[in-house]
Design a protein around this ligand. Structure first.
Ligand code: AMP
Length: 398
């Protein structure tokens, strides 16, 4: 069966078609500038040069119609008709407390996801637009929702409750939810396979270090704790997000700079993190280059970032009472040789010993730890689309 995976943003969307019997990627692509001038679709079929289509795409429905055309194109397509697509898997960011697993997208489920819009006002609306467009264009094709929050629903209460008046949880759902769940689930399952262990007997700390970054403690395939919370702002230092800070800073800056709470919130999301510290960029390649040329604030940003990851690894080692493996994934986790070195430096007393030679690798599965390291350090490229396709395939095959 062929599965189409759709990941919709507000003005962009990414897609892939996978053949599930062999779990192979047939084609992938993305659309940018939906609803803006200069909409463009870039489509890539395995072993072929990418093709670029420029056409007006006023909304998500028009964009998905072009994706469907690309998928069935006689030259660059991977199916003779859309009837060959057995199901569509949709990435949805927030499913609140409602779903701890991927589900078939019925009217009831879609209403429940609409109820979560206030929890993820930037992410759920475009996700829902993509679902609505696909349902209109492919009315007989089953649709499955795969949620970033779902994997983290196994977190025990004592890990997700904030120490604020309890009624804010019961009245408004203010609690820790966690994000990047599909990525953490994928790499933790791969980690168990690489260690030759059952996931049920494996303790793993997964570091998803991309533009957004989060770290998760997973015990026996269930999340014990994760660094992102009510929103993806909590936890690690990120490209442009501050991560954990003293909440009193918000009122202080708002008064000093004469800004509204909403404006300060925007700064904490878009102008903070390593961009805020370095003043250079949110991209670690730029920051590393600046630090190498002697830019002190860029060097400081790298140190602050590494320290925060180290802090969480230490905390999660304590919460899990030891771990079998630390996993690095996502853009920086997969490619950041220097950053992995900085994070793993001086962790020997926790049984974490990086091999500097093995660490000189990017973008493919590898063991990075020394042979005598009690805790394995693994590099595992994430593959959220494969996970979405596998869940979708499983649900529609049941
Ligand atoms: P992602 O959100 O997973 O696509 O990750 C994007 C981030 O990964 C970028 O902002 C970069 O900071 C980081 N990254 C990608 N490639 C490299 C690299 N070769 N070295 C260091 N950082 C990288």
């Amino acid at each position: 069966m062929k599965i189409l995976v759709i990941n919709c943003g507000s003005s962009s969307l990414k897609y892939q078609v996978l053949e599930m019997e062999t779990e192979t990627l047939l084609c992938k692509g993305f659309v940018e500038r939906i609803g803006l001038d200069g909409s463009v679709l870039k489509h890539e079929k395995a072993d072929m040069e990418p093709v670029v289509l420029q056409a007006p795409m006023n909304d998500h429905k028009e964009a998905i119609a072009h994706v469907m055309d690309a998928v069935v194109d006689p030259e660059h397509g991977v199916a003779s008709s859309m009837k060959e697509i057995g199901a569509v898997g949709h990435r949805v960011v927030h499913a609140g407390e409602k779903y701890a697993w991927s589900v078939l997208l019925t009217d009831d489920v879609i209403h429940a996801l609409e109820d979560c819009v206030s929890l993820a006002p930037l992410h759920n609306p475009p996700n829902l637009l993509g679902i609505a467009a696909c349902r209109e264009l492919m009315p007989t094709t089953p649709m499955v929702g795969v949620f970033d929050t779902a994997f983290h629903q196994s977190m025990p209460e004592e890990y997700y409750i904030y120490a604020i008046p309890y009624e804010y949880y019961t009245k408004y759902g203010v609690r820790r939810y966690g994000f990047h769940g599909t990525s953490h689930r994928y790499v933790s399952e791969r980690a168990a396979a690489m260690l030759g262990k059952e996931i049920a007997d494996t303790k793993v700390i997964t570091c998803h270090l991309g533009n957004g970054a989060s770290i998760t403690a997973i015990d026996g395939g269930k999340v014990l704790d994760t660094s992102m919370g009510f929103t993806p702002l909590e936890g690690l230092v990120m490209g442009t997000r501050c991560g954990d800070i003293d909440p009193a800073i918000i009122d202080f800056i708002s008064q000093k700079e004469d800004l509204t709470i909403r404006e300060v919130n925007d700064i904490l999301n878009k102008k903070s993190g390593v961009l805020g510290i370095s003043g250079v960029s949110s991209d670690f390649r730029d920051i590393e280059a600046a630090a190498a040329k002697g830019n002190a604030r860029a060097a400081l940003a790298l140190k602050v970032y590494a320290n925060k990851v180290k802090f969480y690894i230490g905390g999660y080692m304590a919460e899990l009472n030891g771990a079998d493996a630390i996993v690095f994934t996502a853009g920086l986790g997969e490619n950041g040789v220097l950053m992995r070195n900085m994070i793993c430096k001086d962790l020997t007393n926790l049984g974490i010993l990086l091999s500097p030679e093995r660490n000189e690798i990017r973008g493919r599965e590898a063991v990075l730890s020394a042979d005598d390291s009690p805790v394995s350090i693994l590099l595992i490229p994430t593959n959220e689309e494969l996970m979405i396709a596998k869940d979708t395939y499983k649900i529609v095959s049941e």
